[in-house]
Design a protein around this ligand. Structure first.
Ligand code: UT7
Length: 333
């Protein structure tokens, strides 16, 4: 039996930090509002022409180094992002070119905050099938260029940061050692318009970016925050329990929870509902805000770097986001 194993992780945040006070210079907001409602204190935003695949490249290089794998050994790249460099081709193709690994397949995953876990599920299945042996899985986002950074867009703009996280996966035959135990995926497209970017779109008549759509700012994300919040606090525990039951595990057997970071209040509510002790939940939102598909691999890498996540530990992850999509994974580190 083949299992998949995470051989190494890496992450990269662009250097420029925007604190909540910095945002006050460009919109009507306050550190107090942002911290109270979300737990976010700062976020990293790119400068100049830096794109999503640029961030991904840096995270990928670190993950390869930590995995002690040469890029020539890779046989697949999976790239989860909602902010690809271009409409097409996919971001994985641009990353592949920058990594200089021509010929290997490059696959994009478009499942927003659940994107990394969707990608993990694909990578896990491909490795178990025996068809792929070394997979680079990246989650990366450049949100900052797609946000309405004025008072009009403040409800969404303050929440998101740029960044990238990556993992290198390979096969193992050790059914008791370090491996991906399970992944569980879900979606409910009836809520697709609760958090979305309306334009550009093939649903308009004649052209995919009519002038009116642009003038109406339909190219900026729109979110019904309260609806997203209510569904997130329901779905995350649900999909976490699905994973625990599947593996005949109980909550207290999990050593660390690396949840998606959309709002500290969501994670606190989930932890409280389930009775998970605070020190078992690894949060990064205060420093990085919501980096969507990059959040979980950044969290895993940060947890390793600060010694919270060690070999042999059981780590559980759950995410919820636009789509709506939600997912979970349990990994023996
Ligand atoms: O990864 C994607 C998944 N996303 C999420 O999970 C987000 C889930 N939702 C949330 O986290 C919360 O709904 C938010 C943090 C986004 C918003 O919190 P809320 O308690 O739902 O606030 P609200 O949207 O109802 O806004 C409350 C007030 C409004 O003013 P009035 O109408 O009460 O006068 C807003 O205009 O806060 C105002 N407001 C702000 N004030 C200062 C909205 N954004 C801001 C802001 N700074 N940035």
């Amino acid at each position: 039996m083949i299992y998949s194993q995470i051989l190494g992780v890496g992450s990269y945040l662009p250097p420029r930090i925007w604190t909540n006070d910095d945002l006050k210079e460009i919109m009507d907001t306050s550190d107090e509002w942002i911290v109270q409602r979300t737990g976010i204190k700062q976020r990293h935003w790119v400068e100049g022409t830096t794109s999503t695949s640029d961030l991904a490249l840096e995270a990928a290089k670190l993950a390869l180094e930590n995995a002690k794998i040469d890029k020539s050994e890779l046989d697949l790249i999976i790239f989860a992002t909602l902010s690809p460099d271009h409409e097409f081709p996919g971001a994985a193709c641009f990353l592949q070119a920058k990594l200089q690994t021509p010929g290997i397949p490059a696959l994009d995953i478009r499942q927003q905050c659940s994107g990394f876990l969707y990608g993990l599920s694909v990578a896990d299945t491909f490795i178990k099938s025996g068809n792929y042996k070394k997979i680079l899985l990246v989650g990366a986002e450049v949100h900052s260029k797609g946000l309405d950074k004025t008072t009009r867009g403040r409800d969404v703009a303050v929440l998101f940061g740029d960044g990238a996280g990556a993992a290198v996966l390979g096969p193992t035959h050790d059914g008791t050692g370090s491996r991906v135990l399970s992944t569980h995926l879900h979606a409910d497209g009836t809520y697709a318009k609760e958090l979305w970017v309306k334009a550009p779109s093939m649903t308009y008549e004649g052209t995919y970016l009519p002038r009116e759509a642009y003038e109406n700012l339909e190219h900026f994300p729109q979110m019904n925050g309260k609806t997203v919040f209510v569904h997130a606090v329901k779905r995350m525990p649900e999909v976490l329990f699905e994973a625990l039951n599947h593996n005949s595990l109980t909550l207290d057997q999990i050593d660390l929870f690396v949840f998606h970071q959309a709002n500290l209040r969501i994670n606190e509510m989930v932890a409280k509902q389930l009775g998970i002790p605070e020190d078992k939940v690894f949060n990064t939102i205060a420093r990085f805000a919501n980096t969507t598909a990059a959040t979980i691999p950044i969290g895993l890498d940060e947890a390793v770097k600060c010694g919270k996540l060690k070999k042999g530990m059981l780590v559980a992850s759950a995410a919820f986001g636009a789509g709506f999509t939600w997912a979970s994974a349990i990994i023996k580190w």
